[in-house]
Design a protein around this ligand. Structure first.
Ligand code: AMP
Length: 248
């Protein structure tokens, strides 16, 4: 796979951090929202889209995980609360998430475009994002809605293993590492995300059904929705995504 564009420092570490490795902005910049239940592969598709379209993956979940791994700085009370909620599989409060995205507004006006992954997750967040778009004067190209049967979502999430060393993701059945439990890339022991454990998966799926699924109608009404099947290999889903965007 081609390398990801840019180090996303401004997104992952927040205001005051400068991105490196971005190169020249593409001729056409894309502003996309990736929607879909946890486990539908939005993160994988965002990485593939980044290498093809140049737009950065802006994942709110990754901002929280990056804050957790940053042992050198004390966490604000809002972030401490967010991390506790995240562990259980629930949704972090709209105020906290909207605040985090709002203070990273430079990423939303970046000439390289962006791929929002995991935000918005509620109608309130979507309305706040519309206000940011109007204040920053940009429009979305599309909202990609990935669909997958619940049984497959559970199979994908419960088999996922990630490397804390280099961030690579594996799956015990679909993408096993060469040596069981060890990252192929850097040799670190693989772990299961706390929110990929069965109790947390159930909470995440219910949060998706109750709070995020209404966004399908929300973006349908705005003429932005492109629904595609997330079944099959990442390459197959990627092909469908590019087709839906007319970006082949
Ligand atoms: P993700 O990596 O997108 O699956 O997000 C991991 C967890 O971070 C979620 O289960 C939530 O606890 C929290 N989170 C990430 N993005 C949001 C959001 N937009 N709204 C509320 N909680 C979020």
């Amino acid at each position: 796979m081609a390398l990801r564009t840019g180090d996303r420092a401004a997104w992952l570490r927040g205001p005051g951090s400068e991105c490196t490795g971005m190169g020249e902005p593409p001729l056409r910049s894309w502003r996309l929202i990736l929607l879909g239940a946890p486990g539908t592969g939005k993160g994988t598709q965002a990485e593939l889209l980044n290498t093809r379209l140049g737009a950065c993956q802006l994942s709110t979940g990754e901002v929280f995980r990056a804050a957790k791994g940053c042992g050198d700085r004390p966490l604000s009370p809002a972030l401490q609360e967010a991390l506790a909620v995240m562990k259980s599989g629930g949704l972090v409060s709209d105020d906290t998430v909207v605040g985090i995205v709002g203070e990273r507004h430079r990423c939303l006006s970046c000439l390289h475009g962006f791929l929002l992954d995991g935000f918005p997750r509620t109608v309130e967040q979507a309305l706040a994002l519309e206000e940011m778009a109007s204040a920053l004067d940009f429009e979305f190209d599309a909202v990609i809605n990935y669909e997958l049967p619940t049984s497959e979502v559970i199979r994908r999430l419960s088999g996922r293993r990630t490397c804390k060393g280099c961030g690579r993701s594996f799956h015990v059945e679909d993408l096993p590492p060469r040596t069981s439990g060890i990252c192929d890339g850097c040799g670190t022991a693989l772990t299961q995300r706390e929110d990929d454990r069965p109790e947390a998966i159930a909470v995440r799926l219910e949060a998706y059904r109750a709070a995020t699924a209404p966004l399908v109608d929300f973006y349908q009404a705005r003429g932005l929705l492109r629904t595609i099947s997330a079944e099959g290999t990442p390459a197959e889903v990627f092909h469908r995504t590019l087709q839906a965007l007319g970006a082949e």
